[in-house]
Design a protein around this ligand. Structure first.
Ligand code: HEC
Length: 234
């Protein structure tokens, strides 16, 4: 496990120095292990971190939510649509397609967008590549390509859970913590895909604020749970 955590960024940076050889010719596990050892990258980056065990109820709930289209405004896009574990935590597309797809359950190549005309700028629905979600709990400074979810004290091993709080797009100012950001960077980040028209919210819900959308979704999930409980009683 240690080596997998360290291997991904190294492999990527080595593959980026492109010549005519294929990635498999350029590097294999033995070579990679040597590089890791030479660079003394032998520590376990998860040491000292408060990461829930995958079998714990909170991690299992997170996984269920991650896979559920119920978090999409029109129930046609889930987190996993763009961050599938089998696709390296991404979506195998240059630019992702979230809502308004002609095939909501299809991931990767072939997933098309039905309503490009909804985008007034005429560009792609989501204009940035979907990064991997692997090892997200190991970041201590920022999340997103532009760092717009940012720990304000950036303490090592804390994933943004320090007392200075976390700046998000809902913060009132650039260096101001968002009081609703949650416990850590992972928590804070997960509050935003559901508020994006192109990623999960859909185009028919612009009248609602980010927080109203989240509360609506919490209510929807709560109602579903109550329905299931009633079905089990009767
Ligand atoms: C339509 C595709 C799409 C969906 C659906 C989606 N994401 Fe993403 N995700 C992206 C893109 C694109 C980015 C980068 C955006 C940026 O940096 O501006 C991103 C960034 C992230 C990051 C930051 C990774 C990093 O290293 O900075 C995390 C974590 C993440 N998403 C988790 C989630 C979660 C949790 C959900 C569901 C609540 C979700 N995503 C839904 C496309 C998507």
């Amino acid at each position: 496990m240690k080596k997998i955590l360290l291997a991904a960024p190294l492999t990527l940076s080595l593959m980026a120095c492109d010549d005519n050889s294929t990635p498999s010719e350029k590097i294999n596990d033995t070579v990679l292990r040597e590089i890791i050892e030479n660079q003394e990258l032998t520590g376990d980056p998860s040491t000292g971190r408060n990461i829930p065990d995958i079998v714990s109820p909170v991690a299992q709930l997170g996984m269920d939510l991650f896979y559920s289209k119920s978090l999409g405004g029109d129930q046609d896009s889930a987190c996993v649509t763009c961050h599938h574990p089998v696709l390296g935590g991404g979506d195998n597309l240059s630019l992702p397609i979230g809502t308004e797809s002609d095939s909501p359950d299809l991931l990767g190549v072939g997933r098309n967008n039905l309503t490009a005309e909804n985008n007034p700028e005429g560009g792609p629905p989501v204009p940035r590549n979907a990064p991997t979600t692997f090892n997200t709990a190991l970041w201590d400074q920022v999340l997103f390509h532009d760092g717009r979810v940012e720990s304000l004290d950036k303490l090592v091993t804390k994933n943004g859970s320090g007392s200075a709080g976390i700046r998000t797009p809902n913060s009132t100012d650039i260096n101001t913590a968002d009081p609703l950001a949650g416990r850590n960077l992972v928590h804070a980040q997960a509050r935003f895909p559901v508020t994006s028209r192109e990623e999960m919210k859909g185009f028919a819900h612009d009248a609602y604020s980010d927080q109203q959308i989240r509360e609506f979704l919490a209510g929807r999930l709560g109602a579903m749970v109550m329905l299931v409980q009633q079905m089990m009683i009767h």
